[in-house]
Design a protein around this ligand. Structure first.
Ligand SMILES: [Fe+2]
Ligand SMILES: [Fe+2]
Length: 162
């Protein structure tokens, strides 16, 4: 990290890296939850939902990428061992047990709502203290809001056709 870059961060850097690693854990777990959901989904509307899940999985993976890059830029180390995903996650992992479209959608909506809450809180904490991370997390939050909206819309359409 450049010397001046360090100067413009008015937040404890170790705490910041730790928060970003928690977010990294959540993103990886979310990416996998969508990915595996898209693999096992079955029954009515599964083709439609599968496509959306696959898209979201890629978005979450991209979020993980963005967060890991920022951790490295801050001279931190991104989570090295997947064991730590479960130690650090705030939203956890919802294992799909019922493979039908509606329960899978509901589980993922729950995950998105958790992520939205977590990022909203993080943004409040770093507001005015680290503009780069603030901007980055803001972009991610925008995607999560869109994800929740898309899933809710699909759930609504499916429920109406049933
Ligand atoms: Fe995400
Ligand atoms: Fe998301």
């Amino acid at each position: 990290m450049g010397k001046f870059t360090k100067k413009i961060i008015r937040f404890d850097i170790e705490t910041l890296i730790n928060e970003l690693n928690k977010a990294l854990a959540d993103e990886y777990l979310a990416a996998y939850q969508y990915w595996v959901g898209a693999k096992v989904i079955e029954g009515p509307f599964s083709d439609l939902v599968k496509k959306e899940l696959e898209e979201h999985s890629k978005d979450e993976y991209n979020h993980a990428e963005m967060i890991a890059n920022r951790i490295i830029q801050l001279d931190g180390v991104p989570i090295l061992n997947p064991h730590d995903w479960f130690r650090l996650t705030k939203c956890g992992f919802l294992e799909p047990k019922n493979f039908k479209s509606i329960p899978i959608l509901k589980q993922n909506i729950q995950g998105e709502r958790c992520a939205i809450g977590v990022y909203d809180t993080l943004l409040k904490e770093i507001h005015g203290k680290d503009n780069i991370t603030y901007h980055l997390i803001g972009k991610i939050l925008e995607d999560e809001v869109e994800h929740e909206c898309d899933l809710e819309q699909i759930l609504k359409n499916i429920s109406m056709k049933k």
